[in-house]
Design a protein around this ligand. Structure first.
Ligand code: PLP
Length: 482
């Protein structure tokens, strides 16, 4: 991309697409939002879309599609076996990633189910930079355990390290020496490391990890779900790669992995997913489980329309203009908040903007869920829906005691090509107002707590009636604004 410089000196991300289909949004008054957040038990997963203005819950399955993707969906070949639509995707995977074998799955976690069932034996360990919820769950379900080897910098909230998702090579070597090859199911590296703030790894790091794995005879599995953002960060933050094209970087990353899988809800702006490999042996081991859990080998639980959308979406992702959009909008939002003193994860990563609730609400103890309280308060004052990524997202110990998470984050995801800059500025404005009034925000307590996945279904109440106070202050400061 030839960088666009504004003569005013302002650093503004410029949309490199135009909008041709729109969806009406509603911004209901704060009084209705107070009712809605109470009905939802202060759990943003339980809010209804009609009460939400900007939905920043996730980037999964909600990125905007292109005109070419929609057009391709109209010409899909709907056959159970041998569909031409599937052959197009298989050919595109070979073209971009040079992978000979492609297995379709209905979404990313389905790939994790199959990989874990085939390659993880009880008592084995899977070293990785950092876990993702579903990847860890499938490994554990199959009797394995996870070892997180991300560099120390990765767990610092504020940093200027360009690649906080890198695996620490010394830790990896030490683990291999301690466990021995047979105890290691495979090494997993997650691109655009989700749970530590969408932070990237470098091409150099994957090169080094791959060399260590090949020398030790250990399979390297690459979770490419958040590849788009990571490609952009490699191109713009890694000196040795600044003259490479996005396509060249993608190809290099694939060459270094033995198995690559992805959620097409993120990569390719569609839905579905897949597993790619050059190993016939690995392919044959996984093939039967695809037919058992997903569907026949030429659809894997996806509709042919989705498969057409993935083929075009992957091709469009191999473009610097396209992959720049998420990171540039996120950087705009992060930098605007940093400027106003709001505590956020730095440097800006992919996926979204992550607010540090521990520092935003130092007066709310972890036992009263600061990230959950912040998610509830932000929805209340803005209609912006984020996702709690803190202790509510953990599960209690068997004895009932709480597991407190390393970080208490409010994640505000930035679906690609969905929001305009003025919408992002609105979100920033309301977050800054909330920060100025942060003393008014109090804690939460569970009123309905399911044993499993409490962050999806649980309901919480406020410890004191701080929400009414917050609404009154909003009205006093902002008049009859929505
Ligand atoms: C979302 C995600 C997955 C799981 O994909 P789904 O399509 O949601 O099942 C796996 N890994 C990473 C890094 C993800 O972000």
């Amino acid at each position: 991309m030839s960088r666009v410089i504004f003569h005013s000196g302002e650093d503004i991300p410029l949309e490199l697409h135009k909008v041709r289909i729109v969806q009406k949004l509603s911004l209901v008054p704060i009084e209705r939002r107070l009712e809605a957040v109470r009905e939802a038990g202060n759990n943003t997963f339980l809010l209804k879309n009609r009460d939400i203005f900007l939905d920043m819950l996730t980037d999964s399955g909600v990125n905007a599609m292109s005109d070419k993707q929609l057009a391709a969906m109209m010409e899909s070949d709907d056959s159970y076996a041998g569909s031409e639509t599937f052959t197009k995707l298989e050919t595109k995977i070979k073209e971009i990633f040079n992978m000979d074998y492609f297995l379709p799955v209905h979404q990313g976690r389905a790939a994790e189910n199959i990989l874990s069932q085939v390659f993880v034996n009880p008592g084995q360990v899977v070293p990785m930079n950092y876990h993702f919820t579903t990847s860890k769950a499938h490994i554990v379900l199959n009797g394995g355990r996870v070892e997180e080897l991300v560099g120390d910098e990765g767990l610092k909230v504020t940093s200027n390290h360009p690649f906080k998702g890198n695996i620490d090579l010394d830790k990896l070597n030490a683990l291999i020496a301690a466990e021995g090859r047979d105890k290691i199911a495979f090494v997993r590296i997650e691109t655009g490391t989700n749970l530590i703030g969408g932070q990237p790894h470098s091409l150099q790091n994957l090169t080094d990890v791959s060399a260590i794995c090949r020398k030790a005879g250990i399979m390297l599995v690459f979770d490419a779900s958040l590849l788009a953002d990571n490609l952009y960060f490699i191109k713009t933050r890694e000196d040795a790669c600044k003259d490479m094209t996005i396509r060249e970087i993608a190809r290099k990353l694939a060459d270094l992995s033995d198995v690559m899988y992805f959620s097409a809800r993120k990569l390719g702006c569609a839905r579905g997913g897949g597993i790619c490999t050059n190993s016939r042996e690995a392919y044959l081991k996984m093939r039967e489980l695809i037919t058992l859990y997903e569907g026949f080998l030429t659809y894997g639980g996806m509709s042919v329309r989705e498969i057409e959308a993935i083929t075009v979406g992957l091709d469009e992702t191999m473009d610097e203009d396209m992959v720049s959009q998420g990171p540039l909008f996120i950087a705009f939002m992060v930098n605007a908040l940093v400027k106003q003193g709001v505590p956020v994860i730095t440097p800006p990563g992919g996926l979204g903007c992550h607010i540090d609730a521990k520092r935003f609400l130092p007066h709310v103890p972890q036992s009263q869920y600061p990230a959950g309280a912040l998610a509830s308060a932000l929805y209340l004052v803005s209609g912006v829906r984020g996702m709690e990524r803190g202790s509510i997202s953990e599960q209690r110990n068997p004895d009932g005691s709480e597991v407190y998470s390393d970080m208490e984050l409010l994640r505000l995801a930035m679906p690609r090509r969905v929001f305009t800059l003025s919408q992002v500025k609105y979100a920033v404005d309301r977050i800054v107002w909330l920060y100025k009034n942060r003393d008014l925000i109090g804690g939460l307590k569970f009123v309905e707590e399911p044993q499993m996945l409490r962050f999806f279904f649980g309901k919480l109440g406020t410890v004191t009636d701080w929400q009414a106070t917050l609404v009154a202050k909003f009205r006093a400061d902002l008049g009859d604004s929505l």
